[in-house]
Design a protein. Sequence first.
Length: 468
Amino acid sequence: MVGAGPNGLSAAVALARAGLSVQVFEAAATVGGGARSEALTLPGFVHDVCSAIHPLGAISPFWRELDLERRGVEWVEPEIALAHPLEDGDAAVVHRSLDLTLAELGEDAGAYEAMFRPLAENSTALLGEILRPLRVPRRPLLLARFGRAGLRSSDALAARFKDARARALFAGCAAHSLLPLDYPGSAAFALTLLLAAHTVGWPIARGGSGRITKALADCLTELGGEIHTGRAVRSLTDVPAAGAVLFDLSPRQVAEIAADALPAGYRRRLARFRHGPGAYKLDWALDGPIPWTSQACRRAGTVHVGGCYEEIAESEARIWKGEHPDEPFVLVGQQSAFDPTRAPAGRHTGWAYTHVPTGSNAERADAVERRIERFAPGFRDRILARHTRTAAELERDNPAMIGGDISGGANTLGQVLARPLARWDPYATPNPRLYLCSASTPPGGGVHGMCGANAARSVLRRTFKRRS
């Protein structure tokens, strides 16, 4: 296994559970990839280096099978999954309870219920389908219902709502796609994230996201697997002989590392895999909670700061064009409000990122903090220390994040349906020993381990001739 992010570790665990001898090689000093926690600002403050909120992790079929809770992962569910502050000092909110959410949506309650009630009634089964590669579905009618809506643009689906509240909620969730909101398929991201909220909430891992990957690493070593950190793999000669080699890396990296072991045409196609916009990441040590004007925002684990639907759409469209918007869409996490292990008594952490053009070196701290200050006056006065990473720095820290792309690839409709390439088995390569298992394979970005678990099934079936 090359790469020890959540997908790489999940694949390694799945293969070790099948009785195979597994070794993991990780270039960084620690495992985790995009799911690590570190003291980035001041002593005693625990920050999530990249991912922080884990709705898909809590519902991951493979992780539920592993029972990560028994290995120390405790999911903390904030009182409100998501809040979206509005100009009038109020906020649109998403509760785990669909009925509570509907009660606050006013004239759009009927449209929201029609969109989500049929899906929420079978949400676990549906999310399980979404987290699989494209196959004959187990629940074809349910998946078809999701697909009819999800294949559309966010603009098209949000047109069903009349009020700014529901439209803003939908825009913020659709923006997780890192696509312009008029692109086909952008609606699927809003549907998936909102459905997950109504199924498991948007939980955090007590003590930091690193607890998730520690649990996976502990599981692997208990099964006899070996983990080698600080071991960069630049070619296949850097790994021992093995029946199979899996890459928790970007397709471009695989094309370089395995250059002599893959057909030239396949390598060229991997090298052409398109990555999406990057992210600019901030972490703060704060002397108190973020002073949101809206009380609902203070009770939410995640806050989408972006204003109305039109503002978010404009911001995301400009990023796709290679521009840096003056009023960016910002995703804010306030884990310490629900997990006191994240900061010293009376103190708090803040976590945020905003989208930027791929590979951007631009400093966006001022723009992000001004955006938050608009809905939380006095926020800047509470900052004790800050830590920032540009998109370019994100790639230097984790080379699999090409250009600072935290999603494993551009989420265009064609690339989501054929990720990374159009193959019946997207994890397999023309070389029967080599496989991909990163977020550049189905089902894509997010901390859920299913890219790795799905890839492991392919390895067992194709290389080791076992039924998976």
